[in-house]
Design a protein around this ligand. Structure first.
Ligand code: AMP
Length: 187
């Protein structure tokens, strides 16, 4: 099962990705998590990524693509993977296609979790209080929503055209949403 999970910041991607990955016994690959781990460890990649993350901007494609190519080459992806937060730009879509073409392993599904903007901003502000993510201030949240709308939302149509898209309503509690997601993926 090779899946891409998309959706605006605060739609619950991370939580749902963990549930799906567990269910299908595939690795959950979150580019945001990998960047945060690198920031935490003070690696060169982390220092570079932090400049963008702190402003709510995307890390440059060249940096992100290289990191994802290396991650997808690891042996635990043999039975599939769930990509959370990648691709986020048209260039990343092309790169992912090249990586998977080389491996001979095309995507099975792209799932878009849809969400209401006011609701997700409220969720993110709440998350800021709970786990103090550096990029969960109101100003940065707004910027992340804008960047998503400008650069990532258009990818939904691209995947729809490829016949890969599943749309799932992300509003409601965690179990409700995961029930919908698993139902859509197993259908
Ligand atoms: P996330 O945890 O998915 O919300 O990602 C947090 C931040 O990491 C984003 O706001 C970006 O700065 C950066 N990031 C994560 N994934 C990508 C990506 N595919 N392309 C560029 N930047 C990314």
């Amino acid at each position: 099962m090779r899946i891409v999970l998309m959706g605006p910041p605060g739609a619950g991607k991370g939580t749902q990705a963990a549930i799906i990955a567990e269910q299908f016994k595939i690795p959950h690959i979150s580019t945001g998590e990998i960047f945060r781990a690198n920031v935490g460890q003070g690696t060169e990649l982390g220092i570079e990524a932090k400049k963008y993350m702190d402003k709510g901007e995307y890390v440059p494609d060249a940096v992100t693509n290289k990191m994802v190519a290396a991650r997808l080459a690891e042996p635990d992806t043999e039975n599939g993977f769930l990509l959370d937060g990648y691709p986020r730009t048209l260039e990343q879509v092309g790169e992912l296609e090249r990586i998977l073409d080389d491996l001979g392993t095309p995507l099975d599904h792209v799932v878009e979790i849809t969400a209401n903007t006011d609701e997700v901003v409220a969720r993110l502000l709440n998350r800021a209080k709970l786990d103090g993510r550096a990029d969960d201030t109101e100003e940065v949240i707004r910027r992340r929503m804008e960047v998503y709308a400008e650069q990532t939302e258009p990818l939904v149509a691209v995947y729809e055209e490829k016949g890969l898209l599943l749309k799932v309503d992300g509003m409601g509690d965690v179990e409700e949403v995961s029930g919908r997601l698993l139902g859509a993926l197993q259908a």
